[in-house]
Write a protein that binds this ligand. Structure first.
Ligand SMILES: *[C@@H]1O[C@H](CO)[C@@H](O)[C@H](O)[C@H]1NC(C)=O
Length: 167
């Protein structure tokens, strides 16, 4: 086969340019339109077996303050929706909740990525204020089975910091 070297190089250069343009434009699209997923963060009163089960709490992120809420008895909960970027696992959305009860205070730092939205469908995960402290009740992936599945988990996330003794 007899072909002109110069033409081949020109064609290659054109091809590279085209490829670059495609790559740059698809990058821009990816930056402009990430996919989002929604989930609810739930704080629930589970102060059973105590004389004063009331709790008050306020959750906030850098940009949003969800205000103080009061929950007078076990079972009452408060949820707020958060938006997470699909595919983003390294930069979590951070919400800080200040919780107060007769037993003390707790500063709960909640970090969520879209993986939590997958593990906690339909508000199935919650932070419960119990007499022991703040308990996380939700789901985690169980990889010990052939097909990974969600298994229920429950653990003490944070203990109450007792109020200073007043005389
Ligand atoms: C969050 O909670 C609201 C109110 O209960 C519900 O309508 C909505 O579907 C929930 N969203 C998610 C992602 O679970």
């Amino acid at each position: 086969m007899d072909f002109n070297n110069n033409n081949v190089i020109k064609a290659l250069a054109r091809w590279c340019l085209l490829l670059q343009v495609i790559m740059i434009s698809s990058n821009t699209v990816a930056l402009k339109e990430p996919d989002y997923v929604n989930m609810n963060v739930t704080i629930r009163n589970a102060m059973t077996g105590v004389i004063r089960p009331e709790i008050v709490y306020r959750c906030q992120s850098k940009r949003k303050n969800y205000g103080w809420h009061r929950s007078t008895k076990p079972g009452i909960q408060f949820s707020f929706p958060i938006i997470l970027i699909k595919g983003e696992t390294k930069i979590p959305a951070i919400h800080i909740c200040n919780i107060r009860s007769a037993l003390g205070t707790a500063t709960l730092v909640i970090q969520n990525t879209y993986l939590d939205a997958e593990m906690c469908p339909k508000s199935s995960c919650a932070y419960e204020a119990t007499p022991k402290g703040i308990v996380f009740r939700g789901f985690e992936w169980d990889f010990e089975t052939v097909f990974p599945r969600l298994k229920p988990v429950e653990y003490l996330e944070l203990q109450w910091t007792p109020w200073p003794n007043r005389t």
